[in-house]
Design a protein around this ligand. Structure first.
Ligand SMILES: [Zn+2]
Length: 266
């Protein structure tokens, strides 16, 4: 049987966090699944439904994670398509949801997607993997053109790095991210991301050798070449690194009032 087809409909929600807009992916042949409906924009959802129906009946609307730029339009699209919402089981609720656990399979006409639990950017994050073509729909776990935000408490750097290792073990060829363009060499892109995060971690440790510091003082030093509007988000990612290092016994959080400060223990 011919392989499933993949279509992209990009939502009209460009911005600092969404790049050129949320990517809504449609996968299938005969039957289809919509991955990440995007914002609650009626015209966008209608375009998605029209494109999906060219490939076949929509059997599920899947979301990679609960952030609104991916999930907001889901309930409306489910209603328009008469299809259930497929999300990580801890988020699932109500009769019209399809709870997904790690390794669960979504059968879609001639294709099949495996749900891969990939916490880190968000605790409920799922990627969807087509084993036959080694194609991975990555949501915000791997992005093109920018790095994923990992902001505690729902974002977790320890989990993010182990999720990157987990997706690397799938040896994916092509990646279809939640924002940006598709990535041709999936393995290389994931290896690069792991290296980037470990490099950032090493930089943080080097800064702490000079004396105790926290996200507020580390961000201007580490992100000096970045535009000011990313600093607030960068502080979240630096905190996520510090909490990972604290868990590993490599830094200690100092007690006291005011912004969080950490000292190095190695
Ligand atoms: Zn997100």
């Amino acid at each position: 049987m011919p392989a499933a087809e993949i279509l992209l409909v990009r939502a009209p929600n460009p911005g600092p966090l969404t790049g050129s807009g949320t990517n809504t992916w449609i996968y299938g042949r005969g039957e289809t699944v919509v991955i990440d409906p995007g914002p609650g924009d009626e015209a966008h959802l209608e375009r998605v439904l029209e494109a999906a129906r060219r490939l076949g009946r929509v059997t599920a609307v899947a979301c990679t994670h609960h952030h609104l730029d991916h999930l907001e339009g889901a309930a409306r699209l489910c209603q328009l398509a008469g299809a259930p919402l497929a999300v990580y089981f801890r988020r699932a609720g109500g009769p019209a949801t399809l709870p997904l656990h790690d390794g669960d399979r979504l059968l879609v006409g001639s294709g099949e997607l495996v749900a891969i639990h990939t916490p880190g950017h968000a605790s409920d994050h799922l990627c969807f993997f087509d084993e036959s073509t080694r194609t991975l729909f990555t949501g915000d776990h791997v992005l093109q053109g920018t790095t994923s935000l990992v902001v505690p408490p729902d974002g977790d750097m320890t989990a993010y790095l182990s999720s990157l290792e987990k997706t690397l073990r799938l040896r994916p060829l092509r990646l279809h991210p939640g924002h940006g363009e598709s990535i041709a060499d999936g393995e290389a892109a994931i290896r690069e991301l792991i290296a980037h995060r470990l490099q950032r971690e090493a930089q943080i440790l080097r800064q702490l050798q000079r004396g105790p510091a926290g996200p507020d003082s580390l961000v201007p030093r580490l992100y000096a070449s970045y535009p000011p509007e990313v600093m607030g988000m960068a502080a979240g990612t630096v905190l996520a690194h510090l909490l990972k290092l604290e868990r590993e016994g490599r830094v200690r959080r100092l007690t006291g009032d005011g912004p969080a400060q950490f000292e190095v223990l190695e």
